[in-house]
Design a protein around this ligand. Structure first.
Ligand code: ADP
Length: 385
């Protein structure tokens, strides 16, 4: 946020210089006497013009009557993309937002305003940090005009919300096993330690919850590393049949404990182009889910198809996922049935990890599901270059 504030300040200085130059060369209504432009002056003015035209921040100058006397394309896009120019329009015609109006009003009174948060409510909600400075001579009657810079902070604000949600989710997820651990330690301290049978049972619950916290922290670190761009892929041709075979072998005990059969339907000659370790991680997460959310004597089938992209399908014949959940399924901590996921030792981060790894491969992961019939998760990967 500090960087944005410094940037906004710098932009404001550039904008004021631009306006001052423009006023002189354009006989702007706010300008004083006309001056002859030297070649140097013209060069600086066109450089500033180009900067103002190219910048993402909206720039708006109003005169004492609150009419627009200068604006850049970003401001036009923000207020009224359908018109060629905002020139001469009243500020009240452009916006009904009282925060914008009062900031410009203060500017005209000679008061500088900054940090005014402005939100647009169109189809694409945007959030701006507005700074307004008075311009022209500020005598007892206030300023001759006011210049506002609309600094787009939509992305920063969104990231902040995501960060807060993430932190609150993490705290919540850690609190549950931690509470269980503390409760059982206290029970042991209060005498249960003397009873051999309860002692063993409570210790195993403590271990289970501690390992849940461990897995959760590992998943969080993994996801943070992938999202932070700290994971580098080494894509190579991968023997998919063999890889699926290995993943199935590592999950065989879990599958048989749940009476689920794993079927590798990938032909022996199938090759894909991927980072082998990361593909293994994706397949492990998807097949593991196929086992966890399956029914007794269910099956998880892994198959491969190739058209414009390579497609690896992990299909189960479990209960399926209600359609209203599908869109959000790959979000961090999103679960259809929180209690069931927890019982299964899930962290709610597995699919988010798969999604980000697929994106890192310049591919994607998709899901289709039918209630009562099962779900199919498909990893789409670009073909070898
Ligand atoms: P978890 O640790 O809970 O498995 P995931 O991110 O891997 O977290 O999955 C998120 C949620 O998506 C799960 O809690 C479950 O509700 C649902 N889900 C994932 N895979 C399947 C599947 N094959 N069948 C039914 N539901 C699934």
């Amino acid at each position: 946020m500090v960087v944005e504030i410094i940037l906004a300040g710098l932009l404001l200085i550039v904008a004021v210089v631009w306006f001052a130059k423009r006023s002189k060369s354009d006989k702007n209504p706010l300008a004083g006497s006309e001056q002859t432009s030297s070649p140097e002056n013209l060069a600086v003015t066109s450089l500033l013009d180009a900067t103002m035209t190219g910048m993402r921040e909206g720039l708006l100058v109003v005169n004492r009557d609150m009419r627009v006397v200068a604006s850049n394309p970003a401001a036009r896009k923000l207020f009224n993309p359908s018109v060629a120019t905002l020139q001469s329009q009243r500020l009240t015609e452009l916006t009904r937002n009282p925060a914008i109006y009062s900031a410009f009003l203060d500017g005209l009174k000679g008061i500088e305003r900054s940090g005014v948060k402005v939100e647009t409510h169109g189809p694409e909600r945007q959030i701006f940090d507005l700074r307004v400075v008075p311009i022209g001579s500020t005598n007892g009657n206030g300023a001759e005009g006011a210049l506002g810079v609309f600094f787009d902070i939509t992305r920063t604000e969104r990231l902040e919300i995501v960060r807060q949600e993430f932190l609150s989710n993490v705290s919540h997820e850690l609190r549950t096993p931690l509470t269980a651990i503390i409760a059982f330690v206290e029970t042991l301290e209060n005498g249960a330690i003397e009873d051999q049978e309860s002692c063993q049972r409570f210790l195993s619950i403590i271990r289970k919850n501690a390992s849940r916290m461990h897995i959760l922290i590992d998943d969080i670190l993994e996801l943070t590393a992938i999202e932070g761009g700290n994971v580098r892929l080494r894509a190579v041709p991968v023997d998919l049949h063999m890889l699926v075979q290995d993943v199935c072998a590592s999950l065989a005990a879990k599958a048989s404990a749940q009476n689920v059969t794993l079927k590798n339907n990938v032909e022996p000659e199938a090759m894909v182009y991927a980072d082998e370790r990361r593909l293994e991680q994706m397949l492990t997460n998807l097949i593991d889910n196929g086992i966890k959310f399956n029914r007794e004597h269910g099956t998880v089938t892994i198959s491969y198809e190739s058209d414009t992209r390579d497609k690896i399908m992990v299909q189960d014949n479990g209960d399926g996922i209600p359609s209203q959940h599908l869109e959000r399924l790959f979000e961090r901590f999103y679960r259809v049935d929180r209690a069931r996921s927890r019982d299964m030792g899930g962290t709610g981060l597995g699919l988010a990890i798969v999604k980000h790894l697929a994106l890192l491969h310049r591919g994607e992961v998709t899901v289709t599901s039918e209630l009562g019939k099962g779900s199919t998760f498909t990893i789409h990967l670009p073909k070898a270059p």
